[in-house]
Design a protein around this ligand. Structure first.
Ligand code: SF4
Length: 297
């Protein structure tokens, strides 16, 4: 158990683990995403723009991994999702995260990517109000799970939210309505936000929690299928339909607009039915660490 009387060694260990997590997340793409890009490349015609784009991305991934350099110049918004045992001293963990972010920024694994919204001034440490974002959940688990996502700005700009019913789309408050929203979002994005993309979708919630839960879907492996059969059918079917739109990588036409579609749901009020779509670019940077609590005792 991490105790309030932890010593300096424990905090240093935690900081180092989180620093390594940031470094890996920034420089190395998850295997499932890279495999999906390889499959996408094989499906495109030789010498087509979509094939050039995909092969360029694959080369980029290889170089970043070998040279331990960021996968993209935009190292993204830092989103930490923590699953913690009840009673964990969170301030110590939050401090370890912030120290690790400062060091990873100094070492060039993160760009100085945070600015004051009103003044436009750069914040060199990447530490400010709401930066990094840290989401906490407590349960009776025994270990500490820290998941990190680096969320690009370009794909965030085309993320969107619908309130159903939507007359323009003839979308009602049902799964077919959800399907219409996803198709509409993909069509309107036209590859913007550096496709091929991955969509994380949340059905329900309020506007704020809808975006948080849709981002949590982006933490799922591309191979993970929803346990809810209706939703897993929707994921498979809509993924196929989006890829039939021929928007393609970076909107240059082609067979793969979406690498994956992950849908979750959360409860809602009778008055509301939100469909929230968080788009993730090809640089789907996510990584996690599990820390046995006995390491921290
Ligand atoms: S959207 Fe993604 S790939 Fe495009 S510039 Fe931003 S982080 Fe990089």
């Amino acid at each position: 158990m991490i105790t309030k009387n932890r010593d300096l060694n424990i905090l240093n260990m935690l900081e180092e683990e989180i620093y390594n997590l940031i470094k890996k997340c920034s420089t190395d793409l998850p295997e499932d995403v890279e495999n999906a890009l390889i499959i996408a490349s094989k499906q495109e015609e030789e010498n087509s723009p979509s094939k050039w784009v995909l092969d360029g991305i694959l080369e980029n991934i290889k170089i970043s991994r070998e040279q331990e350099t960021p996968l993209c110049q935009d190292t993204g918004t830092l989103l930490f999702f923590l699953d913690l045992p009840d009673g964990t001293p969170v301030i110590a963990i939050e401090n370890a995260i912030k120290n690790a972010v400062v060091k990873a920024t100094k070492d060039g694994f993160l760009r100085q990517n945070t600015i004051e919204s009103v003044s436009g001034e750069s914040i060199a440490s990447n530490i400010s109000v709401g930066a990094p974002y840290i989401n906490l959940e407590f349960s009776d688990r025994k270990d500490v799970c820290i998941r990190l996502m680096l969320k690009g700005g370009g794909c965030e700009n085309v993320s969107t939210q619908y309130s159903l019913p939507n007359a323009e789309l003839s979308a009602g408050r049902d799964l077919d309505g959800v399907r219409k929203c996803i198709l509409d979002a993909a069509y309107k994005a036209q590859g913007m936000g550096c496709s091929p993309s991955i969509f994380g979708v949340n059905i329900g919630g309020d506007r704020g929690s809808g975006y948080v839960n849709s981002k949590k879907q982006l933490l799922r492996s591309l191979n993970d299928m929803s346990q809810n059969h209706e939703i897993s059918d929707l994921e498979k079917q809509t993924l196929k339909e989006v890829n039939m739109l021929n928007i393609g990588p970076m909107g240059l036409s082609g067979k793969t607009t979406l690498l994956g579609l992950k849908i979750g749901d959360s409860s809602r009020l009778p008055a509301s039915y939100f469909v929230t779509i968080s788009m993730m670019c090809w640089a789907c940077r996510r990584a996690e660490i599990l820390i046995e609590t006995k390491e921290c005792s």
